[in-house]
Structure formats: C-alpha cells, structure tokens
Design a protein around this ligand. Structure first.
Ligand code: AP5
Ligand code: MG
Ligand code: ZN
Length: 215
C-alpha cells in the first residue's frame, strides 16, 4: 500500500505516521526528515535545501522529486510506504503517479488531517524533535518521559529552526497556496479520507485507522 498523509504544518503528520506505520506495517518516508538529515550531515542536498527551509519555502520540485524517486526505486518489492510531506505540489503529485505507474503501483489512499490554524500555531511553538530519529514531542501535549531526551532512542531534543512564529506563518501561507490544491486532486481521484486532527494523538490515530480500514 502507498498511503499519503496530507495536512498543514503541525497537523500531526509525523505523530500519526508513527501510529499508522505500526498498524499497517509501512515504511515512513518523510521528505522534511530527509532534508533535515542531509542538512545535519552537511551534504550538497542539505546545503541546497537549507536556503528554502529556513525561509519556510518549498525546496524546488526537481530536487525534491529526484530525492523521493530514488528512495522509492531503492525499496524492496512489496514494501508498503507512508509518504509524509510529499507530494506537496501538483507537479510532485503527478511525478509520483507517473513513477509508481511505471512500477505497476499507485497511491492507494490519501489521508487529510484537518486542524484549526490556532491549534497549529500552539503545536508548533511547543514542539521539540529528536536530533537522531526526528520523533516529535510537545511540552504540554506529548512530553518526553525524561526532559530533553527522546523516549525511543535517547537522542537529544531540540526546536526546529523553522518553528519560529514568522517562519510558521510563511509555511502556512505556502501550504494554502501550493499544497492545499492536492486535496481536490486526490478527492477527485476518489482516494481521499478526511479526519479532524484535534484531540489526543491516540484518538486521532484510531479515527484514521477506522477510516482507512473502511476503504
Ligand atoms: P516538514 O518537515 O514536512 O514540515 P511541515 O509539513 O511543516 O510539517 P511539520 O513537520 O511541521 O508538522 P507535522 O504535521 O509533521 O506535525 P507533528 O506530528 O510534528 O517540512 C519542512 C520543510 O522542508 C518545508 O517547509 C520545506 O522547506 C521542506 N520540504 C519538505 N517536504 C517538501 C516537499 N515535498 N517539497 C518541497 N519542500 C519540502 O506535530 C506537531 C506538534 O504537535 C508536535 O509537537 C506534536 O507533539 C504535537 N501534536 C501532534 N498531534 C497532536 C495532537 N493530536 N494533540 C496535541 N498535540 C499534538
Ligand atoms: Mg513532520
Ligand atoms: Zn529519537
């Protein structure tokens, strides 16, 4: 299965990806995580992406499509995938469709996590993520067991450079202008399910699982 998670910055894509990948035995492929990994290693890709990420803008389609395509093409046959943060433009969605079609595959389902603007801002301003595995935490709603340490891998927690108020505003604008058209794209293809993303992460996860199982 190829499952795409759609939703604004802070909607809980990373949080729900963890729950859904366990439930459906999928591989978590997150473009933002891949860019941050490249950035921390100081690779050319990381250097290219940094310029856009720190401004809250999208990394150009050609760079992003190539990165994800290489990942997908390198997977074992039959491996199910959860895509988090990709596609983010119509051009990326079309490129993904084309690439999957060439392998006799397709995007099977798309899940939209819908959260109010006010809650998105609250979530992003209190978010801390793991430097090693990028698991997200929140000071109030999802605190780690040990302050400053990841529950999963004991990695150090830090605040993302693009989680400042100004950059978050820009990311929300970019989402609305460039990514939200994908909602209609997948709805028209009959592949979209929608879930309200407010409430406990586990409760949101249950709603997503139920909706996905319902087909
Ligand atoms: P990316 O890393 O994908 O960031 P994003 O889309 O802005 O999404 P976030 O990671 O901020 O939010 P999320 O939905 O994962 O929420 P989370 O689960 O962490 O992209 C970053 C940048 O990379 C982009 O700006 C762009 O520059 C570049 N990029 C990436 N992909 C690209 C692409 N395809 N094309 C071009 N450029 C690309 O949750 C947020 C917080 O809320 C956490 O603290 C969490 O603990 C908390 N929380 C989660 N769920 C709940 C809940 N139910 N209740 C209370 N709190 C909750
Ligand atoms: Mg994320
Ligand atoms: Zn970790």
């Amino acid at each position: 299965m190829y499952l795409v998670l759609l939703g604004a910055p802070g909607a809980g894509k990373g949080t729900q990806a963890d729950i859904l990948c366990k439930q459906f035995n999928l591989l978590h492929l997150a473009s933002g995580d891949l860019f941050r990994e490249a950035l921390s290693k100081g690779t050319d890709l990381g250097k290219q992406a940094k310029v856009y990420m720190e401004k809250g803008l999208l990394v150009p389609d050609d760079i992003t499509i190539k990165l994800i395509q290489e990942k997908i093409n390198g997977l074992e046959k039959g491996q199910g995938v959860l895509l988090d943060g990709f596609p983010r433009t119509l051009e990326q969605a079309k490129a993904l469709d084309k690439n999957l079609k060439a392998q006799n595959k397709q995007v099977d389902r798309t899940a939209l996590i819908d959260v109010s603007q006010e809650e998105l801002l609250r979530r992003l301003s209190g978010r801390w993520i793991c430097r090693q595995c990028q698991a997200p935490y929140h000071l109030q709603s999802a605190p780690p067991k040990i302050t400053g340490r990841c529950d999963k891998c004991s990695g150090e927690l830090y605040q993302r450079a693009d989680d400042t108020v100004e950059t978050v505003k820009k990311r929300l604008e970019v989402y609305s202008a460039q990514t939200s058209p994908l909602i209609d794209y997948y709805r028209q293809a009959g592949k979209l399910i929608e879930v309200k993303g407010e409430g406990e992460p586990q409760a949101v996860g249950k709603k997503l699982i139920t909706a996905l199982k319902a087909g």
